[in-house]
Design a protein around this ligand. Structure first.
Ligand SMILES: *Cc1c(COP(=O)(O)O)cnc(C)c1O
Length: 422
């Protein structure tokens, strides 16, 4: 049992040096809060789809920072943009203009096809911003009586960790013990457009939905779901807010996962990959008719839209426009799908794929998701379990076909071992 006491001077000094992995893990366990349960690997370097641990072992990164690393570790163009900006100007606050701001918001608005961008930092902050925008739009534009605005959300959602956002989570780990909860949300089953229609009333200001539910295990809704939700929102004068923090910016082979169903949301939320894996950058993107309900002083962020973030974010937009990333996803998506489908029945009970993104439900009789992740780690592949027996594959979009096969070969070996009781 760890004693609880502050670090000794020897520990504090020693933590700066080259520690072996077990020492890193012991110190992290002892002196950090236990809000994560990391796999037992200590990473020190990254390059593209590969990472290297403190002992020099290499791993294929098939989590990619929950899609924050879409463009790969140490992407040369993103690093160059960040280095250039670090040497010029990093933060001014939004009290002044700076010369990276206009290029970023112009590029992102152009990429998404909307006319306003509100930059913040984290995904949760983008979601919170959208909730505020939707409520204010409801009162000022739609004419909802003050204090009555409702937002319809989907069961199994993941929108972040703030007190308001966990108020409408259906995951007991996410919401349990964190009340009192923010009112004004109505949860309906994901993928059920009829339930959305039933839930929308005169006070409803928005439907907030992930086009593909990432944290829930890459849940892809029925093909008519988003088009029908779009119709309901248009008919009932309700904003469709698409949380594309994980599904957007290339993961599914498009800038917006909504594109797959030909749907244009009123409000888009981006995060994760928007910061290129270098720093937190997120944004709310919508038309002026929506975002202009926020006037000076009514919402903001010290770091939102800082010069470094804008330099990186603008480069992310350029990479999506010009880079080979989306093409690579479209090329490899059928490869991933075909291989993943082969696993179904062989230790995997169900699998879902879209773009370079797969969710696999492992047969709970064989192993937990965690056990599978530990076995893959031992074979040099990093993945993360979610919700007990599900694992998610989301390699960086720069991964090559050979490396993708390599990761899936390792998964096939692990499943074969488990089936053989090894
Ligand atoms: C990760 C995620 C968030 C929260 O992003 P943070 O940067 O962790 O706050 C919100 N929505 C979705 C869909 C996500 O995947």
């Amino acid at each position: 049992m760890n004693r609880t006491r502050p670090p000794t001077p020897a520990e504090t000094d020693g933590a700066g040096g080259n520690l072996p992995a077990d020492r890193h893990i012991a110190l992290a366990e002892r002196y950090s809060a236990h809000n994560y349960h990391p796999l037992p690997v200590v990473l020190a370097e990254g390059d593209g789809a590969w990472v290297t641990d403190v002992e020099g072992r290499r791993y294929l990164d098939c989590l990619a920072g929950y899609s924050a690393m879409n463009f790969g570790h140490r992407n040369p163009e993103l690093l160059a943009a960040a280095h250039r900006q670090l040497d010029r100007l990093t933060l001014t606050s939004r009290a002044f203009h700076h010369d990276r701001f206009a290029p970023f918001v112009t590029a992102l608005a152009g990429l998404v096809g909307k006319d306003r961008v509100l930059p913040v930092n984290t995904g949760a902050e983008a979601v919170e911003t959208a909730i505020k925008v939707a409520r204010k739009w409801g009162y000022e534009v739609k004419g909802v009586p003050d204090g009555r605005a409702r937002i319809v959300v989907a069961g199994g959602n993941f929108h972040g960790r703030t007190t308001t956002i966990v108020s409408f989570s259906t995951d007991p780990d996410a919401y349990g013990g964190f009340g009192p909860y923010t009112p004004g949300f109505c949860v309906v089953p994901y993928g059920d457009a009829g339930a959305v229609a039933d839930a929308v009333d005169a006070d409803t200001v928005a439907v907030l939905v992930e086009p593909v539910q990432g944290e829930a295990g890459v849940i892809v809704p029925p093909p008519d779901y988003l088009p029908r939700v779009r119709e309901i929102c248009t008919r009932e004068n309700v904003l469709l807010v698409a949380d594309e923090v994980q599904s957007g910016l290339g993961r599914t082979g498009t800038v917006r996962a909504c594109e797959h169903s030909g749907v244009d949301a009123d409000v888009y939320l981006f995060g994760k990959a928007l910061g290129g894996g270098l720093l937190p950058v997120s944004a709310v993107v919508a038309d002026a008719a929506v975002l202009d309900v926020i006037r000076p002083g009514q919402h903001g962020s010290t770091f939102g839209g800082n010069a470094l973030a804008c330099a990186v974010g603008e480069t992310v937009v350029r990479l999506l426009r010009e880079g080979p990333y989306l093409d690579n996803v479209r090329r490899l998506a059928p490869v991933l799908r075909a291989r993943v489908e082969e696993f179904v029945g062989g230790g995997v009970v169900a699998a879902r794929c879209v773009g370079l993104w797969a969710g696999l439900d492992v047969d709970p009789a064989l192993a937990t998701g965690r056990q599978l992740c530990e076995r893959l780690l031992a074979r040099g592949v990093l993945v993360k379990d979610t919700h007990g027996s599900t694992i998610r594959l989301s390699p960086p979009l720069v991964i090559g076909e050979e490396d993708l096969h390599r990761a899936l070969d390792r998964l096939a070996e692990v499943l074969a071992d488990l089936r053989a009781g090894r």
